[in-house]
Design a protein around this ligand. Structure first.
Ligand code: ARG
Length: 286
């Protein structure tokens, strides 16, 4: 049994790491209509609120979300003295969804590449982590409709001559382990160094030990606000848009339906854009 679990974990880890090939252009195209579709569903959703807690979760009455709280403004470890340790757009969404369905939200912080394994093992009910939907990840988990659109960007020093993705060819590139940014750079065939946390990669850049960090747009914005002398370079022809969605264990349609209803409603009534604006300003204001 143990062996089987280990093998499954390995397969998942590989799927996540290789997650590949499609990520730079691999955002789920079918999902792109989600924003408009959501509008029609809002009215009926409110009528249902409060009576849809029939889902089976790991712990009764608790909806356990896995995340990797190293990805502001979506999830980060909140400052000292704050009772709720984790905060961000995803954390707020998770708490609201749990509450609206008569449950409380529990957050389990783990390394990003472990999230799909934790789902498979039943350690968490759902993963909310600014996670891009890719064809490869869809092999290991089921995804809700997307709630946010992002893209990979390049963070460079203000005086950098990198103006497009192709300019990274002879540069020292930093990425974050298991993120779609790593997959994109891999696909481009450039050598790179992978770090566990965005902050670590950005420190390398600040200290002049690397020339460019490839990471998601909103998170990049947070890092350039926090560090002097950095700028963002975009290249829409190299990095296509990506959709973030919540992942559940494959086949858990009960929970998937509940989450989809909640996301549809939150897209339609503006909750998600408000949260995005709030946390973007919050991180910008620091
Ligand atoms: N969107 C990127 C991906 O899916 C990065 C997500 C990182 N999320 C996090 N919570 N650390 O690979």
């Amino acid at each position: 049994m143990k062996k089987v679990t280990k093998t499954a974990a390995l397969v998942l880890a590989m799927a996540m790491a290789v997650s590949a090939l499609t990520a730079c252009g691999g955002a789920d195209k079918a999902a792109e209509t989600a924003n408009t579709e959501a509008a029609g569903a809002a009215g009926t959703e409110n009528a249902d609120a409060g009576q849809s807690s029939a889902v089976t979760t790991k712990t009764e009455g608790v909806l356990t979300f896995g995340t990797n709280a190293e990805f502001p403004p979506f999830e980060f470890v909140a400052g000292n003295g704050v009772i709720d340790q984790y905060d961000g757009i995803d954390i707020a969404i998770a708490k609201q969804i749990a509450e609206e369905n008569g449950m409380t939200a529990a957050i389990e912080n783990m390394e990003f590449p472990s999230l799909l394994i934790a789902l498979e093992n039943g350690q968490i009910d759902a993963a909310i982590a600014g996670m891009t939907v890719t064809e490869d990840r869809k092999e290991s988990a089921d995804f809700t409709i997307p709630y946010y659109t992002a893209t990979q960007v390049m963070i460079v020093k203000e005086d950098s001559d990198i103006a497009a993705a192709a300019d990274m060819a002879d540069k020292k590139i930093c990425v974050i382990e298991g993120y779609t940014g790593e997959i994109c750079v891999q696909d481009m065939g450039y050598p790179y160094e992978a770090f566990k946390k965005g902050t670590e990669a950005v420190m390398e850049l600040v200290n002049g030990k690397c020339d460019v960090v490839v990471i998601d747009s909103a998170t990049a914005q947070k890092y350039i606000n926090d560090n002097e002398g950095l700028k963002i370079v975009e290249d829409a022809s190299a990095f296509e848009s990506e959709e973030y969605a919540i992942a559940v264990k494959k086949g858990n349609t009960e929970l998937l339906d509940m989450l989809n209803k909640a996301i549809e409603a939150k897209l339609a009534d503006g909750t998600i854009s408000e949260l995005a604006a709030k946390y973007t300003e919050e991180v910008t204001a620091e």
